[in-house]
Design a protein around this ligand. Structure first.
Ligand code: ZN
Length: 294
């Protein structure tokens, strides 16, 4: 099996992006893996610190590795939004393929200083682990928000991106380019969409010359996502859309069989509901025709 870095490079050469989907249970893993296998595209599953705490850091690493080996399929594992070096080292030791080291809440000088140290420390544990750094403000919480936060002051610039990548030696950069964690209620209803600053992405790509991740992809305009990938985005994160589909699928599964108590008879509704979202996003990220735009 080639490495995650090889698949990222291949995606970059082909002008497509790798989908990153957050998971916090077996049902979500089944849905993401099932959708990726049907489309035969590489996929990245991610867990934030909270999600890792719920599932188990070493346990999910063993589970994803077993899928990759048994099915000889490129499913990779990312430690999403890691806020301390201890948690980063823990993920590197467990065998995660990449680690998002997120100190974007700190002043940029401090973010640079600590991220640089973390890159060295995590690569000392596993030289092939990819480290992602974060700059700018894209909000927190992959949840439903009542109102839109003002993130306009936190947008990343090409100069800042270049300096950050060169100083820290991160492999991947997550900039703030109009994206935002979570979704507004109007986005869940499909009435509004997030819009991206495509020119800014292109400028950051030219300056930083690193892989780029778009966080907070849920609820983003499809055409903006296509343009963002063409402008240099290599990984797109989707979380909230999956969480919404997970809940809808569960409610549907329970309502359909009010007397059922067997989990594996109720939960396929959740797998189907999430898988549909993942499949539609993977098609878009991989430049395939999407039959029903979301
Ligand atoms: Zn994120």
């Amino acid at each position: 099996m080639r490495s995650f870095r090889d698949f990222l490079q291949k995606a970059q050469q082909s002008g497509v992006a790798i989908g990153h989907f957050n998971i916090s249970d077996l049902v979500l893993v089944k849905a993401v893996f099932g959708a990726a296998r049907e489309l035969n595209v590489p996929v990245l599953v991610g867990l934030s610190e909270g999600e890792r705490e719920f599932v188990g850091t070493r346990q999910i690493a063993a589970f994803v590795r077993s899928l990759r080996e048994e099915f000889d399929f490129p499913i990779f594992l990312n430690a999403d939004h890691t806020h301390s070096l201890a948690k980063g080292i823990e993920a590197a030791k467990a065998g995660f393929d990449s680690i998002v080291f997120d100190l974007s809440a700190l002043p940029i000088e401090e973010n640079v200083r600590q991220t640089k140290q973390a890159v060295e420390a995590m690569k000392a544990v596993n030289p092939s682990v990819l480290v992602e750094g974060e700059i700018g403000d894209i909000g927190t919480g992959s949840e439903i928000h009542e109102s839109s936060p003002d993130l306009s002051k936190g947008l990343s610039t090409p100069e800042e991106a270049k300096q950050f990548v060169e100083s820290t030696r991160v492999d991947i950069l997550a900039p703030a380019v109009g994206n935002m964690h979570g979704m507004l209620r109007s986005m869940v209803r499909g009435e509004t969409k997030k819009r991206l600053d495509i020119e800014r992405i292109a400028g950051i790509k030219r300056a930083a010359r690193a892989f780029l991740t778009l966080h907070g992809g849920s609820g983003t305009d499809d055409e903006d996502l296509r343009k963002a990938i063409a402008a240099g985005i290599n990984i797109v994160h989707i979380n909230t859309e999956l969480r919404v589909a997970w809940r809808h699928g569960l409610e549907h599964g329970l309502a359909k069989q009010p007397d059922e108590v067997v989990p594996y008879k109720i939960l396929p509704s959740v797998v189907d509901s999430v898988k549909q979202v993942v499949g539609s996003r993977l098609q878009l990220f991989n430049g395939r025709h999407v039959a029903h735009g979301t």
